[in-house]
Ligand binder design. Structure first.
Ligand code: NAD
Ligand code: 89Y
Length: 352
């Protein structure tokens, strides 16, 4: 859609902690206009309505769909409500974006994918980490072939940042870091290294005040032959707190890539140059450090959604694509519960 066309009319369901980022990003994108808000919590609904100047508000998705003619809906609720809301959007024929984690079970994910497919409506999971400026820079450097064929990679997220004050539900669920954060890191590994053939995992809980695991380490063999290590921790007090930065190491036949602290990407070519690229994200006028990296990726994924709607293309992280990430999360829990048993991911991929 060109910038002179009428913006697509969208509604946002779920006006909680993270939704402000969606709303700021939509306001920055000329191709969309959020015309209505929905939240079961009247106070949150009112606050978002006032802050973003969106007058039409609904206490339930049923009322929203009954009253508004929408070009898309953006679901920013927590995982327990996703299936009912996505299936409702599909019944109404409304294209939808759904926040991560997409589903609590693979069955729920498959049901949502099939409902949208049957209804012929596009579905994208809001898997935004791959849209961070630094992750895109790593992908570009790989594509440029500087380091030749990659054979080993590490994607790492280690922090002691207090995520529980903003998102208290993260402390009380049975599953924590893999389901909440590891899911992004696994998606980055798929984005950079391709699909996974086998995987094993170990998890542990260090923080006694939370219910789920806060440390996870995965060893994966990709179908290309590359080996990757994925490591995540919310129990790691580094000398410098880097939340929410993902660090990356990739070794290739001709050199190495290192995405280090503060978004500095070092590309070293064997017997050649070493180049350092600053891939820090822009600080939008609505963003706050240290979240600006994630906030910029929200803008980028929402722009991608609008572009895909205009082009009639499937979004990169469609429901069907995200099912592969979810499967890896599910199997990582299974492997960790079974003494790090190695799981054949190819055999386990659900038909969809
Ligand atoms: P939150 O609990 O602060 O907000 C969720 C809101 O949804 C609440 O206000 C709740 O009342 C509303 N809600 C729930 N079910 C509803 C329903 N059926 N109808 C209407 N309203 C309903 O949660 P949050 O911290 O904003 O997180 C939301 C989602 O965003 C989570 O899945 C979380 O994992 C995800 N998240 C993603 C990122 C990212 O970078 N992609 C970052 C943080 C959070
Ligand atoms: O919920 C998580 C996410 O998706 O990104 C970071 C986060 O907010 C806390 O781990």
């Amino acid at each position: 859609m060109s910038s002179t066309s009428t913006p697509r009319k969208g509604a946002l369901i779920g006006c909680g902690f993270f939704s402000k980022n969606h709303l700021h990003a939509w306001a920055q994108l000329p191709g969309a206009e959020i015309v209505a808000l929905c939240d079961a919590n009247p106070q949150r609904l009112q606050e978002a309505s006032t802050e973003f100047g969106i007058d039409k508000t609904y206490a339930s998705a049923e009322e929203l769909f009954a009253s508004e003619k929408l070009d898309f809906v953006d679901i920013a609720t927590t995982v327990g409500s996703h299936r009912a809301l996505v299936e409702m959007a599909a019944r109404q024929g409304v294209p939808c974006i759904c926040q991560k984690p997409f589903a609590n079970t693979l069955d729920d994910a498959v049901a949502m994918i099939q409902a949208c497919r049957r209804a012929g409506v596009p579905l994208m999971v809001h898997e935004n980490f791959r849209w961070q400026s630094s992750i895109q820079a790593v992908r570009k450097a790989l594509d440029q072939g500087h380091i030749g064929q990659p054979f080993w990679g590490r994607v790492s997220f280690r922090s002691a940042y207090d995520v529980f004050s903003g998102q208290p539900y993260l402390a009380t669920e049975d599953r924590f870091i893999l389901q909440d954060l590891g899911i992004h890191i696994i998606d980055i590994a798929r984005f950079l290294f391709g699909e996974v053939a086998t995987m094993s995992a170990s998890t542990t809980r260090i923080n006694p005040k939370i219910r789920g695991e806060d440390v996870a380490t995965l060893l994966m063999k990709h179908r290309s032959g590359l080996t990757s290590v994925i490591d995540c921790s919310y129990a790691t007090a580094n000398t410098k707190e880097l939340f929410p930065q993902t660090l990356i190491e990739i070794d290739g036949a001709l050199g190495t890539l290192r995405l280090g602290a503060d978004y500095q990407l070092t590309i070293h070519v064997k017997d050649g140059d070493t180049q350092v690229v600053d891939c820090a994200p822009p600080l939008h006028d609505w963003a706050q450090r240290p979240w600006h990296n994630i906030q910029d990726s929200v803008l980028n994924i929402q722009a991608h959604w609008l572009q895909c709607l205009s082009d009639g293309r499937e979004p990169q992280t469609s429901g069907a694509d995200n099912l592969r990430t979810l499967l890896l999360v599910e199997k990582a829990y299974e492997s960790a519960a079974g003494q790090q048993k190695t799981i054949d991911i190819v055999k386990e991929t659900p038909p969809c």
